[in-house]
Each structure stands twice: as structure tokens, then as C-alpha cells.
Write a protein that binds this ligand. Structure first.
Ligand code: KMT
Ligand code: NI
Length: 180
């Protein structure tokens, strides 16, 4: 199992694309991420179109839907607006599943104590964020990522910005954190 690159963020409001590591660095392990419902695989993105490992994950987890999004100033319509929207703290009523095919990106997730953890994703990283977790997304300073979006059944992209605590799925998620 390869390690994921994740760390607690500083509070600085400078450019969201910078790493925002604490000094000294406070890394976060995969085990820790799993405890808050975040799962991670390392795959070979060079063969994503015919990868049996990806196929297996999709079948086992029911990820029937997929599309590919390229996030870059020249490639994505309304790039600036979308980036701003992705970086608003939000949740979804379903799992968010992303597989990085090219480039890099950050997903920030809240831990049990509401602290931001930054997860640095690069080519070959597949991540699942549980329904109900507060999170946000940004590119890093390289300004480019190509990602596969996976979904169980018909995709629902609707994001609910924080506060969104009244949703049943949010309460279920918060409850799930209390077990361990
Ligand atoms: C989300 O909901 O956070 C996103 O869709 C992020 C961008 S997709 C790589
Ligand atoms: Ni999201």
C-alpha cells in the first residue's frame, strides 16, 4: 500500500494553490484518513482505459458512471468561477470519487475536530470522500489536472455549502466518526 501525501494546513489566507503546510510539518497518515471515511488507491493511470484493477474497483463498488474533466484555464469553460466554487467548503449527499489521470490537485477535508487536512493528489491517485464530509478542492501551482469522475448510478453534482448540518447524511456521517 503506497502512502498518500497529506498534512494539516496552516491558517494563512495566501494563495490557495500553495501547499499551506504547518511549520513544523504535521503529516496525516492513510490510516487517519480512513478513520474519517476517506479511501485511497494508487493505480496505473497510463492504462486507465483498459486497467483491470480500476475495473475491479468500479465493479465492486458500483461505480457505473464515469466522465473525465480537465481543469485548466484554457480547457474548462468558466474556469475562474468553477475554481472559486470548488474551493467553497461544501458537502454532497453522495460519495465524491476522483481519479487523477494527469497533473495534480488538492482535496482539503475536515477532520473530527474541524481542522483542515490537505490531501495532495498526483497521477494515479484515486480517492473517495464520504457523503456528508465537509471538503473543498483546488489546483496547485501547476494549474492543471485531468481527472476521472466516478459515481454510483446517475451522477448528482449538487454541492451544499457549509452550513449544511441539517441533512440526514451529514448527521449520519458525524455519527460514524464517534465509533473509533
Ligand atoms: C467537488 O465537488 O469538490 C469537485 O467536483 C471538485 C472538482 S473535480 C476534480
Ligand atoms: Ni465536492
Amino acid at each position: 500500500m503506497s502512502e498518500v501525501a497529506a498534512w494539516y494546513m496552516d491558517d494563512s489566507s495566501e494563495d490557495q494553490r500553495r501547499p499551506h503546510r504547518l511549520d513544523p510539518d504535521e503529516p496525516v497518515s492513510l490510516e487517519h484518513l480512513e478513520k474519517i471515511g476517506v479511501f485511497y488507491w494508487k493505480l496505473n493511470a497510463d492504462i486507465y482505459e483498459s486497467d483491470p484493477e480500476l475495473q475491479k474497483i468500479r465493479e465492486e463498488r458500483g461505480y457505473s458512471y464515469m466522465d473525465i474533466i480537465t481543469i485548466h484555464p484554457d480547457k474548462l469553460p468558466n474556469y475562474e468561477d468553477k475554481l472559486k466554487m470548488f474551493y467553497e467548503e461544501h458537502l454532497h449527499l453522495d460519495d465524491e470519487i476522483r481519479y487523477i489521470l494527469e497533473g495534480r490537485a488538492y482535496f482539503d477535508v475536515r477532520d473530527k475536530n474541524d481542522r483542515w487536512i490537505r490531501i495532495a493528489l498526483t497521477k494515479g491517485d484515486l480517492i473517495t470522500l464520504p457523503a456528508g464530509i465537509y471538503h473543498r478542492f483546488t489546483l496547485d501551482e501547476t494549474n492543471y489536472t485531468k481527472a476521472m469522475r466516478l459515481f454510483v448510478g446517475e451522477p448528482v453534482w449538487k454541492a451544499y455549502n457549509r452550513p449544511a448540518d441539517d441533512f440526514e447524511i451529514r448527521q449520519k456521517y458525524v455519527q460514524s466518526l464517534k465509533c473509533c
